[in-house]
Design a protein around this ligand. Structure first.
Ligand SMILES: [Zn+2]
Length: 470
């Protein structure tokens, strides 16, 4: 594995002394909060203080959000598939374009593109990424000498940019339901169970240099993995288990034709789905499937911007959340990387589908922004196995990782707002991020909205994209 093209990974855990005019703690908003950070965690939180000399002052602070579903390499094709084709465009025509784009990517390209995606995630206020990583082999489909060569490139990009990584190596064996043969465009993804076990071992080695990385795994979908294979995969990790399911109506039709059951129904009947699981999309569910998934304790991994871009459909958000379902958000295809934008579009899709307002807030008097933010924080942490998240499980508390975001309080959209009104204004009324600073384990990675290594990372990304387009 070569790291020579990356900036050196930075030592995490820098001590820091911060002060926030208002800060969203695990138990709620607090004013005048002194925050001491050592060894990457918050060691002191004291509300009701005045800022003393030597303390770095900020106006509005939040915990960093988890981005529970990313395919980093797809950032290289963002904006490329927006021209209408000869027949009706769909997810499936987009997938052909995606296969063509990744055909030419080298390990250096994967690392350069992932680093750019991670810089943009940090600048948006995401502090941990769940990388659903299915690009494993060389361009001709042959394994690399290190089976986790490309996973190591993802780990290098995370180490260099500072984002926390939950790596989810993807098991991909088939091209359709019932164990159909894979297609030529899938040759860089495909493994048998033995090859996948070797990939998992190599992936664990690739993550070893990162201070708080998590290793899970991901059967790609019910098209690409059988129930028998899924059962054989589960003992290979104690970490999270992610899977794409019911993103497209054609998948529902194919699953019905194959099994007589709908995809989520088929999965819940045939696999031990529990809080370790995250079902990505779960867009097309019956009422019964929605209630059963909520009851399972698994997280629904929603990717509103990508789902809108691909024309997937609308998740049954109101019914799922009313049944106590847990959810979080992901940037998936990375066509646009925008934490607040994912939350806004999640709510807006519900409003359009239900012809109602403030759908996800569920109860009278609750802020939609606060409800969405806290659901995404808790659901994302669960889905990414982000343990050590403080006594309350998630959010900012003594003992929690010092992963913080400050908003750009100079934005006119935040003028006169306080408490939950700040979250509502950030999510629904602020254009272009609105983030000022981002700390990871106390290390300030983003200041003034810009990652400290953006120039170098972006130069390599531009060089890769220019070469890939040539
Ligand atoms: Zn995906």
């Amino acid at each position: 594995m070569s790291l020579t093209t990356s900036p050196a990974p930075r030592p995490a855990g820098a001590p820091a002394r911060l002060w926030f005019e208002t800060l969203l703690l695990a138990e709620g908003w607090a004013q005048g909060v002194a925050v001491d950070i050592a060894g990457g965690v918050i060691v002191r939180l004291e509300p009701g203080t005045a800022p003393e000399a030597g303390r770095e002052r900020h106006a509005v602070g939040l915990p960093g959000l988890p981005n529970l579903h990313s395919h980093a390499f797809q950032r290289a094709m963002a904006g490329l598939s927006q021209v209408r084709g000869p027949s009706a465009d769909s997810f499936w025509t987009w997938r052909e374009a995606m296969y063509a784009a990744l055909d030419r990517m080298t390990p250096e390209d994967v690392e350069a593109v992932a680093a750019q995606a991670y810089v943009e995630m940090l600048e948006a206020g995401f502090t941990r990424v769940g990388e659903f990583h299915y690009l494993h082999h060389d361009r001709d489909g042959a394994p690399y000498a290190d089976p986790a060569e490309l996973g190591a490139r993802i780990a290098a990009a995370a180490g260099a940019t500072g984002i926390a990584l939950t790596l989810l190596p993807v098991f991909y064996a088939h091209g359709g339901f019932g164990g159909q043969a894979s297609m030529p465009g899938q040759r860089r993804f495909v493994n048998g169970l033995d090859g996948f076990a070797r990939l998992m071992e190599a992936s664990a080695r690739a993550l070893a240099p990162l201070p708080d990385a998590v290793l899970g795994l991901a059967p790609h979908s019910l098209r690409a993995a059988t129930l028998e294979e899924i059962a054989a995969l589960l003992p290979m990790t104690a970490g999270p288990v992610h899977m794409h399911v019911a993103e497209q109506t054609r998948e529902v039709e194919d699953c019905l034709a194959f099994s007589g059951r709908r995809p989520v129904e088929y999965l819940l009947d045939g696999a031990a789905v529990d809080p370790r699981w995250c079902l990505i999309h779960a867009t097309h569910m019956s009422e019964a499937e929605t209630a059963r998934l909520a009851l399972s304790g698994a997280v629904a991994g929603l990717c509103p911007i990508t789902e809108a871009d691909l024309g997937d459909g609308i998740f049954p958000g109101a019914a799922f959340a009313s049944a106590g379902g847990r959810y979080g958000v992901g940037s998936d295809s990375n066509v646009r990387i925008d934490a607040a934008g994912e939350l806004a579009l999640l709510e807006y899709s519900q409003r359009l589908g239900n012809r109602a307002r403030n759908v996800m807030a569920l109860a009278p008097g609750r802020s939609t922004g606060r409800t969405l933010f806290e659901a995404a924080l808790a659901g994302g942490a669960q889905a990414l196995g982000a343990t050590g998240a403080g006594p309350a499980g998630v959010g900012l508390a003594v003992g929690a990782p010092a992963d913080l975001v400050s908003l750009d309080a100079g934005r006119a959209s935040l003028a006169g707002r306080s408490g939950d009104g700040l979250l509502d204004a950030w999510i629904f009324a602020t254009r272009g991020g609105g983030v000022d600073c981002v700390w990871r384990r106390g290390d300030k990675l983003v200041a003034g909205g810009t990652h400290r290594d953006r120039a170098a990372v972006e130069a390599r990304f531009r060089a890769s994209l220019t070469r890939l387009a040539g």
